[in-house]
Design a protein around this ligand. Structure first.
Ligand SMILES: Nc1nc2c(c(=O)[nH]1)N[C@H]1C(S)=C(S)[C@@H](COP(=O)(O)OP(=O)(O)OC[C@H]3O[C@@H](n4cnc5c(=O)[nH]c(N)nc54)[C@H](O)[C@@H]3O)O[C@H]1N2
Ligand SMILES: Nc1nc2c(c(=O)[nH]1)N[C@H]1C(S)=C(S)[C@@H](COP(=O)(O)OP(=O)(O)OC[C@H]3O[C@@H](n4cnc5c(=O)[nH]c(N)nc54)[C@H](O)[C@@H]3O)O[C@H]1N2
Ligand code: SF4
Ligand SMILES: [Mo]
Length: 737
């Protein structure tokens, strides 16, 4: 057996971390094994991890010291990656269903590819290109994401490509585009080492970006006047660490952010010269903030004047404020407004592009950034281009050797609309890749209808038994992390290459190759790639001259280590920060203040559903548990879905600590075990969304969520619904408990 694996946050952490109670990891002594450098396939921190293996058998995972971006640190999810495969669950050959309702059977690649080809041609003949849809993932590498975009938008005439990034980052993307003229965070991880105030909103970083939070802790421990402010309706582990926790009312963030803006104006803590030279909309913004009714805003955010004043003090002149925000900001019908209201504070301070300061939207998945760069969302094209822009379409058509007018000017359907169209029977082919919507999409009953109603459902995954695979007409076996080479961009615009530890299991193939194989089976030109390196070279070429210029990130260079974009020159370093000269990517070169206004959540509690429910993550599980569910150590830490309830609410609804309960909403019900905790706020409950039907029936949080989206970004409000609790029997079946 392998040497004892590292079980905590990285090896050799500095003294303050040990004081913070985090165990220390001893590097394992297994120098004789071969070592492969990979990028962690989990979160957007993008840790570089070395895998020790013996004849392809993964034995341990190590975080190489001094290698960016994680500098010798990793979290338990990364450390246990070598145990995360389950050979008996792996999809090792293509499979097909002869008819809906029939069992899946093994098939050759030729048969599976011809089924997909038939599905595409049949759809084009009967419904046209609007009947074709691809639903992908920020966990795909840039090579695969790029080829899906090229196939659907370029060659099949369908802009209906969207991904789980719509559920994740789309509000952040829209906000960056609206405020700065382009997507892309202006900040980098090194800013942590220069910041005075960490303003963390709607992000539980201890669980979900642990290695980055480790750096925040270290800064907090070593810089005397550093402060951590956490804005979260519940007392998360991150909130418990904070110097100041603001338990904002669910959805009340814009009101809070406007109050902070008001204070900064009142105290004169505003960089007027910067506003004058580098922004537009400042006058209207100042007038709106000054006129906003303070009492109304306080009511909306549920906080006190003292709490606002205390938070405002951390924005005093000279303080370098680094804002981190994630799903508590994005997964809201006001997600774009929340993001922009954060950015507005930084524009007021004039600190964009300065060391240690700025708005830093944390990416969830390892390559949600790269996917955006290659244009995989339904309104995008490669190189941060847009389908609605004639010039952009022409540039991409030319690069792809297509006739002018080949790319449709109409943005495709965003994720929620895509599944709604499917549920109405409007899709002929839905190709799901590297995501498990039968657990992760809001309002699962609509999602399940879409998967049932669509005549040809293609699922490309590594495992045979996911909740979504149960609906597949064709299952295509994909090679996971460790069995393929691929390029990804992390939260801070840092590009890394992940190498292959071993050959793909059975007949599975890398995702990029599966797309290319389907395209060739469709007799389409432009997909004769012999290697992922050739695909990456095309991605680099298409990014040339754009903000996200990656031309300098050659395959050879990435073999030596990662690089930040923009990186136009193979011989020059990448750029860590954006907008350092006060010029932005808007037509005027000025950043834009927003007119974001507070508005409540889509649903309000009432007598029948009196609780505010929110959903999210736990530290030991990754999404729908495809991989973390295979690791005994992680399962032991979080074995089952547990709804967090304040003891007062448990008593009110007659549910017992450790007993099971139904969480009923206006849309459906989820069943979970109850965890009573004083860390929950009375009237507010928290549901993890990791568990689905493969674990036990009814356990998915998304049976209870709704489909309302932010009108500006299409992102669903997964962070809020109105609920009530009722006692329940434990589930009788538990598949892989
Ligand atoms: N362990 C682990 N790590 C992960 C993942 C995982 O599955 N497991 N997934 C990755 C991915 S894809 C993502 S997107 C990130 C997500 O990372 P996070 O955004 O940190 O994760 P969540 O738990 O979804 O939500 C964060 C917090 O938002 C709070 N919240 C709810 N409503 C509101 C609100 O109205 N306002 C504010 N301010 N806060 C609110 C919740 O209480 C919760 O604590 O994590 C990444 N990292
Ligand atoms: N209620 C609620 N719902 C949510 C959220 C929430 O906070 N609350 N968060 C949303 C967010 S931010 C996200 S990002 C989504 C995540 O939700 P999903 O994307 O659905 O979750 P995963 O479990 O990561 O799904 C990845 C799938 O890809 C497979 N896979 C792994 N590696 C590979 C590979 O290399 N190739 C291929 N082809 N397949 C592979 C895995 O086996 C798994 O089935 O959930 C969203 N849903
Ligand atoms: S912090 Fe994120 S990227 Fe780093 S090891 Fe953990 S899950 Fe992987
Ligand atoms: Mo995400």
């Amino acid at each position: 057996m392998a040497a004892a694996p590292p079980t905590s946050l990285g090896h050799a952490p500095p003294a303050p971390l040990q004081r913070a109670g985090l165990p220390v990891v001893q590097p394992a002594q297994d120098a004789n094994r071969s070592t492969t450098r990979t990028t962690c396939p989990y979160c957007g921190v993008g840790c570089v991890l070395d895998v020790k293996s013996d004849a392809g058998d993964m034995r341990s995972v190590h975080a190489p010291a001094d290698v960016a971006p994680n500098l010798g640190m990793m979290c338990p999810k990364g450390a246990f990656l070598f145990k995360s495969d389950a050979p008996d669950r792996r999809l090792t050959t293509p499979m097909v269903r002869d008819a809906k309702g029939q069992p899946l059977r093994k098939a050759s690649w030729d048969e599976a590819l011809s089924r997909v080809v038939h599905g595409v041609r049949q759809t084009l003949a009967t419904r046209g290109a609007d009947g074709l849809a691809w639903y992908g993932s920020g966990q795909l590498d840039s090579e695969a994401s790029y080829l899906f975009t090229k196939l659907f938008k370029g060659h099949l005439g369908s802009n209906h490509t969207d991904t789980n990034s719509r559920l994740c980052m789309s509000s952040a993307v829209s906000a960056y585009v609206q405020s700065f003229g382009s997507d892309g965070p202006p900040t980098c991880y090194d800013d942590i080492e220069h910041a005075d105030t960490f303003f963390i909103l709607g992000a539980n970083m201890t669980a979900n970006h642990p290695v980055l939070f480790n750096r925040v802790r270290r800064r907090r421990a070593t810089r005397q006047d550093a402060r951590v402010i956490v804005v979260d309706p519940r007392r998360s582990k991150t909130a418990q660490f904070a110097d100041l926790h603001l338990p904002v009312a669910p959805g009340g963030d814009v009101a809070l952010l406007r109050l902070l803006a008001k204070r900064l104006l009142e105290r004169g803590w505003v960089d007027r010269a910067y506003i004058e030279s580098s922004t537009e909309g400042g006058d209207a913004f100042v007038a709106a903030v000054e006129q906003a009714d303070e009492a109304e805003l306080l009511r909306a955010c549920g906080l006190t004047v003292e709490q606002i004043d205390q938070a405002a003090s951390a924005f005093a002149p000279g303080k370098r404020v680094l804002s981190f925000y994630c799903m508590g900001a994005n997964q809201s019908t006001r997600g774009v407004d929340k993001n922009r209201a954060i950015i507005d504070l930084h524009l007021m301070q004039g600190t964009l592009g300065r060391e240690g300061a700025g708005p830093f939207s944390l990416t969830g998945q390892p390559n949600a950034m790269g996917g955006r760069e290659v244009g995989y969302l339904s309104h995008q094209l490669p190189g941060y281009r847009f389908v609605h822009n004639q010039e952009h379409r022409a540039e991409v058509e030319q690069a792809w050797g297509l006739a002018p007018g080949s790319i449709s000017p109409k943005p495709g359907r965003p994720a929620v609309a895509m599944f709604e169209a499917g549920a109405r029977g409007e899709l002929g082919l839905l190709w799901v890749t590297c995501t498990n919507p039968a657990v992760s999409m809001p309002d699962l009953s609509t999602t399940q209808s879409a998967l049932r109603e669509t005549p040809c459902v293609v699922v490309q995954d590594c495992f045979v038994d996911t909740e979504t695979a149960a609906y597949a007409d064709v299952l295509l076996p994909a090679a996971p992390w460790g069995e393929k080479v691929g390029t990804m961009t992390n939260s801070e615009r840092f590009i890394t290459r992940s190498e292959r530890v071993r050959a793909p299991m059975g007949e599975s193939r890398p995702d990029w190759r599966i797309v290319a194989d389907v395209a060739r089976a469709l007799d389409l030109p432009g997909f004769d790639f012999a290697s992922p390196e050739e695909v990456w070279d095309q991605v680099r070429e298409l990014s040339r001259g754009r903000l996200c210029d990656q031309f300098g990130a050659t395959n050879d260079r990435l073999r030596q280590g990662g690089v930040h974009w923009p990186c136009p020159d193979p011989d020059a370093p990448g750029q860590k920060r954006l907008y350092t000269d006060g010029r932005f990517a808007t037509p005027t070169g000025r950043a834009r203040f927003s007119a974001a206004d507070y508005a409540p959540t889509h649903e309000s509690p009432n007598a029948e559903h009196p609780l505010h429910a929110t959903t999210g993550r736990v530290a030991a599980q990754w999404h729908t548990r495809a991989r973390t569910g295979n690791v005994p150590e992680l399962v032991a830490q979080s074995p089952e879905p547990r709804v967090e309830v304040h003891p007062q609410d448990a008593q009110r609804f007659g549910v017992a600590d450790d007993g099971w309960a139904y969480i009923h909403s206006r849309h459906g019900s989820a069943r979970m075990r109850v965890r009573c905790t004083q860390d929950a706020t009375p009237g507010r409950i928290f549901l993890p969304f990791h568990w689905g039907d493969a674990y036990a029936p009814d356990t998915a949080a998304n049976y209870a969520t709704h489909r309302a989206v932010d009108a500006k970004s299409g992102q669903p409000e997964l962070k809020h619904f109105a609920a009530r609790l009722a006692p329940a029997d434990p589930p009788t079946e538990a598949a892989h408990a």
